[in-house]
Design a protein around this ligand. Structure first.
Ligand SMILES: Nc1ncnc2c1ncn2[C@@H]1O[C@H](COP(=O)(O)OP(=O)(O)OP(=O)(O)O)[C@@H](O)[C@H]1O
Length: 301
């Protein structure tokens, strides 16, 4: 599939401080790509350079095959973005903002659509100075989406959103991707990102630590068999004596091998008269996989 974004050997410094080191990645058309990493890793800086909002010292950025620099923005015509805090004028209403930003025909229809989808109808005519953090954030998202962009860059869009709004945003993004849009999104709310993204780019200290599909990243993590029993302490002791590797935590968490046999484990419970209340398989989530990757990155320094 064609790439909508190619970032090649990108270096960026602020003064003498180098913050991006030889960043290389591609984003395929129609994918939802998550940018994750610790505070200060370089996520916003990558997004800003991709959008031509800040210069860079070395490398190349191509959006739809055309170069982007701090002074060359032609290929960004069909790109929508929310970067850090949305730039909002306090004395204009949300609707005024949308009218200002909407271009081309069909403006009113697109405004109605995005306002309804983001459930902003109740306050869209109020001046933005009276908006809560979440309302401002939603207006920022609406502005990023209003012109039906092909490529959407969202830096921490879930900031300040309540769970219902997070779900709305997820549905909107999924629908956009199904209709062919490409999305690059950063968030610290990994549980939300996990439900949304196809691919994950992990950034640490200005370097790409990993680029893979979400599935591949979480598959690499450990898998556990979690058993809830009437006597977890006794069960843990018996399993440990039988040579099983147990995970951290108060519940009975057995590190699952490939083709793990359940029978001997269940027999251990039955033979010792320990009632089993529940059995689950647990796969590593994005947070666990990310922490493991970052820990490896510390070790290789
Ligand atoms: N305008 C600036 N001037 C100087 N240094 C900056 C500037 N903007 C960012 N930095 C530095 O660049 C590095 C990367 O910052 P960036 O904001 O890209 O990180 P981030 O991954 O988005 O972090 P967070 O998750 O906290 O938002 C940090 O060390 C930061 O201090």
């Amino acid at each position: 599939m064609a790439n909508i974004l190619e970032v090649k050997h990108l270096d960026k410094s602020f003064g003498r401080k180098k913050v991006l080191h030889d960043i290389n990645f591609t984003v395929q058309k129609g994918r939802i790509v998550g940018l994750v990493g610790p505070n200060g890793a370089g996520k916003s800086t990558i997004m800003k350079t991709v959008l031509g909002l800040t210069g860079f010292s070395k490398g190349e950025i191509l959006v739809e095959g055309q170069n982007v620099t701090a002074t060359k923005h032609a290929s960004l015509e069909h790109v929508g973005a929310l970067i850090e805090y949305p730039g909002i004028y306090p004395f204009l209403s949300g609707l005024d903002h949308l009218k200002l930003f909407a271009t081309g025909d069909d403006q009113q229809h697109r405004i109605d659509e995005v306002v309804t989808e983001l459930r902003m109808t109740k306050y869209i005519k109020r001046k933005a100075k009276s908006y809560s953090l979440g309302m401002k954030q939603k207006l920022g998202i609406a502005l990023a989406l209003i012109n039906h962009p092909h490529f959407i860059v969202l830096d921490e869009p879930m900031n300040g959103l309540d769970p219902e709004s997070n779900k709305d945003l997820r549905n909107i993004i999924t629908k956009l991707a199904q209709n062919g849009a490409t999305i690059l999104i950063s968030s610290h709310i990994l549980s939300e990102l996990e439900k949304l993204v196809d691919d994950v780019l992990v950034i640490d200290k200005g370097r790409i630590v990993s680029q893979s599909s979400m599935q591949a990243l979480t598959d690499k993590g450990k898998k556990y068999l979690v058993i809830k029993s009437a006597d977890d302490e006794h069960a843990k002791q018996l399993l440990s004596e039988a040579g099983y590797t147990l995970g951290e935590g108060s519940d009975v968490r057995i590190l699952a091998e490939d083709n793990q046999k359940l029978m001997p484990i269940l027999k251990l419970f039955v033979d010792n008269d320990i009632e089993i209340l529940d059995i689950q398989h647990q796969q590593s989530d994005l947070e666990t996989s990310l922490l493991a990757l970052l820990a490896d990155d510390q070790l290789t320094e």
